[in-house]
Design a protein around this ligand. Structure first.
Ligand code: SAM
Length: 374
């Protein structure tokens, strides 16, 4: 079992950082949650659901970002539509279907691809996208140079985080040690000296601060892989001020069977572990890697701007009316201002125009001296 292997590793080599623990708990090839177990959806045996599980309207709305990206790039005869971390593959499936209906020319010239690290989820994706000509890669660099759109929904939150604590004696980092075969938290000196400086002054003694160096590195990889085009990121996220307002308790949590897991160290690999994304840090990493912010907003505003409330065909038969009602309630969940609707949406461009996206109708241009609107 993964837990026993981690205990052995700590006994022979000493305590590991929480980030190393989280990396193993999620991505260990033989015991990591995403590699062996990930169960996403509404079923009893599933652990959590995402916007992707709420019917075809999320993918239909996002297909309009893809269509706008294609148009902004000058309607190229071949362009890449890449999803990173595609879960069960339903968003890519729904996007391609909507693009075929609404922008057949863009659909015909699209080269769809998925970047996925989990073999288990890759096979679910292959099932959802059966019959489509699609490429898979384990790293976005395997698809470079990309001309088009790379998008990722709820992927940044799955990257390991370093957990730092301000103590009376300065900044300490949460490490994982073992005691009688159980994994326990200990505070040690930061594993990398620069982590010390990442904790904002406003974090009080006893307060926690998470830094996802891995997520920041991943953004830089996306930026390097895109030759010209866009990166669209959607996630539960907050800016630095919002994260500071949480009184320093940190945002790390685990999910199993739709319930919060009390102790993330108890059963590594059995639960999803996740942390709220720090938008300020991600934006800094993206811009440092050569991406330009093209738009930023909340999922609710972005999906409304993309026309998610537009009805499809008017239902006549009672069964169709029932289906339409259930679809409307799924859309309400996507727009819930206290839930998925509060997620952050960030669009970055590289070597490509940053205007003309229906997702951000009121956004000022990023080269406007007043800066973007948010
Ligand atoms: C929380 S799930 C979200 C899945 C899907 N996007 C959705 O909205 O339902 C995270 C996904 O990202 C994948 N993933 C995690 N780290 C990754 C990485 N470095 N590169 C590519 N995919 C990754 C996981 O295997 C999983 O498919």
């Amino acid at each position: 079992m993964l837990k026993e292997r981690l205990v052995q590793r700590i006994r022979s080599r000493g305590a590991i950082t929480f980030a190393e623990y989280m990396e193993a708990a999620l991505f260990d090839p033989d015991g990591g949650y995403y590699m062996t177990r990930a169960a996403i959806g509404f079923g009893e045996g599933d652990d959590y659901f995402t916007s992707a599980d709420l019917g075809p309207d999320f993918g239909r709305a996002l297909s309009r970002v893809a269509a706008d990206a294609w148009a902004a790039l000058g309607r190229p005869r071949a362009w890449d539509l890449v999803e990173a971390g595609a879960g069960r593959g339903s968003v890519m499936r729904d996007m391609l279907a909507a693009l075929e209906r609404e922008r057949p020319e863009a659909a015909r010239s699209a080269r769809p691809a998925i970047v996925e690290v989990s073999p288990r989820l890759r096979s679910e994706q292959a099932g959802a996208l059966a019959g489509r000509d699609l490429r898979w890669a384990t790293s976005v660099l395997g698809l470079a140079p990309i001309q088009g759109l790379v998008f990722a929904n709820e992927v940044l939150d799955a990257f390991p985080v370093h957990v730092l604590v301000r103590s009376e004696d300065g900044v300490r980092e949460v490490h994982v040690d073992e005691q009688d075969g159980e994994l326990v938290e200990v505070l040690l000196a930061p594993s990398q000296p620069d982590l010390r400086w990442r904790v904002p002054e406003a974090v009080a003694v006893g307060g926690r601060w998470e830094v996802s160096a891995a997520a920041e590195g991943w953004i830089a990889q996306l930026a390097a892989a895109v030759a010209s085009g866009y990166v669209l990121l959607i996630d539960y996220a907050d800016d630095e001020a919002g994260l500071l307002a949480r009184l320093g308790s940190g945002t790390l949590r685990g999910f199993s069977r739709h319930r919060l897991v009390g102790d993330p160290l108890r059963a590594p690999g059995e639960a999803d572990l996740t942390a709220t994304v720090n938008v300020t840090a991600i934006r800094r990493a993206a811009e440092g890697a050569g991406l330009r912010l093209a738009g930023m907003g909340r999922q609710r505003d972005v999906l409304l701007a993309l026309g998610i409330r537009e009805p499809t065909a008017r239902p006549t038969a009672p069964i169709e009316q029932l289906r339409a009602a259930s679809r409307r309630s799924a859309v309400d969940t996507l727009l819930d201002p206290n839930g998925l609707g509060a997620f952050r949406v960030l669009l970055f461009g590289k070597e490509a125009p940053t205007e003309g996206f229906r997702a951000f109708p009121t956004q000022r241009r990023t080269d406007d001296p007043r800066g973007p609107t948010r």
